[in-house]
Every structure is written in C-alpha cells, then in structure tokens.
Design a protein around this ligand. Sequence first.
Ligand SMILES: Cc1ncc(COP(=O)(O)O)c(C=O)c1O
Length: 410
Amino acid sequence: MSKVISLLKCICPSAGSIQGSTQTMAFDFDSCPERAGTDSTKWHKYANRDVIPCWIADMDFTSPPAVVEAIKRRADHGVFGYPAQRDEVFVSIVNYLRRRHGWEIRPEWITFMCSLVPGIHATIRCASKPGESVVTTAPVYPPFLTAPVISERNPLKLEMVFVEGRWTFDWEKLEVACAQPHAKVLLLCNPYNPLARVFDRSELERLAALVRKHDLVVCSDEIHCDLILDPKAKHTIFATLGEDISARTVTLMAASKTYNIAGLTCGFAIIPDPQLRTRFRRVLQGLSLDQNVFGLAATQAAFDHGEAWRLACVDYLRGNLDLIEQELKSMPGVVLKARPQSSFLAWFDVSALGFEDPHAEFEKGGIGFSNGADFGGPGHVRLNFGCSREKLREILRRMQAVVARAPGKA
Ligand SMILES: Cc1ncc(COP(=O)(O)O)c(C=O)c1O
C-alpha cells in the first residue's frame, strides 16, 4: 500500500529545533507504532483478541516531534520530584490562546489539573448545592451525564436534535430547563462529542442569552477545539461572548486531544471571575489532582512548537473522513447523519441494522467501537478514526461484513 505522507509546506518560525526558518514539514501518520502492550487503555481492553480498538478518544499517531523531544529532555534529567508550574507554561498557554483563538487571558485565571473530568465535577459542586439541577444534553461524553448524579444534583437532560442537516440544541426545551428555579449549571461540550458539531457563533450567542437570563454558570468543555476539520467552521470559545459571560464560565482545555498526550495527564481550567475561581479551587483542594512534570513539558512544547504537526494531523483526519463517507455508501443501515466538523469521532446510527446489541455485534465482528448507550444514545456506536488509513480501511472492511449479516439491513 502506498504511503500517504502529509506534507505541509509552511512558514513555521517555531517548529522543531530550527527557529525562524521556512521548512517543509513531513509527518508520517500512516506509520503508527504498535500500541498493544504499551499501557494503553484503548489497546489493553482487547489484548489478545482480534478486535481493532477504536473507542476511547486518543489517536494512534505519535505526538509532534517537539513534544517527544521535550519529554526525552525531561526524562534525561533523571530527577522527578514534585512539580512546580513555571511561568513559561502559563506564557505558552496565554500566547497559544491569543494566537489560535484571539482570546486574551491572564495567567492567574488558569488552574492546572491532571485531567478535565475533575473540572466538570468541580464546576458542578462549586456552583450548585445538592438537590439543585444541572442542565445537560444527550448523546454526550458520558461524564456529562454521570457527574451531576455522582454529586447528588438533578440532571435536566435534553436530547440534541437534527435540524436542517445539522445537530443542534432543542431551543424550546432548553429554555424550559434553564428557567427552572433550581437550575444552576449548564454543561456545554464545545465542540460537541460525540456529534462533532462546531457550533456557530449565533448558536452560542443564543445559549449565552439563555444563561444570562436565567443566571446559570456554564462549564464549557473545549478539549476538542483545535481539531476543526470543516474548513468552513470556526470555533468560538464560549467565554469570549462577553465579559458577563466569561464571568459565569469555567472553560476546560488541554493539549491532550489535539497533540495526543492524554496519558501525560495535564489539563487546565480557565476561570476569569475571582470568586468562582476561588470556589472551584476550594473543591479541588486536597484531592492531589495536580499534573506531573511530563504533562507540563509536553503541553508547553505542543503549544509552542506543535502547529505544523497540528495542521498536518487535521489534514490526515479529513482524508480519513473522506474514506469513511465513501465506504458508508455501501453500508445500508449505518447512518452518519452529518459529516463530523471536528475531532476524530464519528457517531453512527446503526439502529436500522436490527441488532439487539449492536456494539456487541460489532465486537464479534472484530471492531471495538464506543457503545452509544454509554453516551445516552442506544442504537448508536462511535468510531474513533484517529488511526492510520490502513487500519481504518480494515475497520471499514470488517464493518461491511457485520452489516452484511445484520437482520434488518436495508
Ligand atoms: C469532551 C471531553 N471532555 C473531557 C475528556 C477527557 O479529558 P481528560 O482525559 O482530560 O479528563 C474527553 C475525552 O474523550 C472529552 O471528549
């Protein structure tokens, strides 16, 4: 099979070790290292079974060379005592957000954490009391459904709707939910996992008007915001929609999805409002949820030197998406309602195949999808297409075979 090498000719003053030069950057996303036996959650699940893991959201690609170098340099130091957050890491984040998203933040707004899920829990706990309500949507990344319940809050769950060719909010129901006097927090997945929507600014403004009117705190999880596949889509950071909106928003971010460093456990919350920030930090206090020295080094390297790799990765993922769309034409009963606009996740409606447990049937056929039921979307599976094109072809080939034996294939 011929190799597809993503070549990117770019002016990249900060890439690699050669500063200030014009370079041709080449990244080989076709050659992914073997991950079985490498302490990988994704691959360990199907150890010693002929099932291709394409579930949990990390990619099979090696991280940007600058990230790998930074980790090697840190490991070579050989001393791994308690970490401190150096000013340089804050500067990296501030500069990155200004450069990529036009968002001007202050370093003191940042709270580091080992990952983002604790940030969802902390926002709920610092902005509501037990018995009060959290507005959330479905299908969605599972902690958006479980975190309110774990914290003894009442989830007000709304189904996302498919209108005029795209997934969006059910505005009428959303207004009713936000208007409940006991509703205190809204969970926003921006861009949206698993529907891969990049919301328009106008949709987010409508949402902002609702939370303003009903006085809700928003937890905006923007972990997928740097893998925008749709060239026409532009990500809007929710907190940028006005000073009053930024004052009621906890923004959760990380380099982990984009630069494939989830195993280095480093994320952060950005909270401009000092009172909300203090309450948030108080909830986390004493839980030892700090990031580690490798996570800090990798985050800084990714944000400072990862841009050429990021662009090449987006390009490769678009190619994977083209292949998926092409192959789905011959898979009746597998419905991808809209081309994913972001990240590396595709949400398939497979209810028409007529399987009682579609996830299990695909596993039997050698494919380890995420189970839609876990996201509040039974009858669906989620494909992680952050893998080599060759692996994706094999996944799609296996899907064909499962579809061919489905009881209800159209
Ligand atoms: C929307 C969203 N938030 C958070 C996470 C997980 O982040 P972390 O590993 O930093 O907790 C994921 C992982 O898939 C995700 O999709």
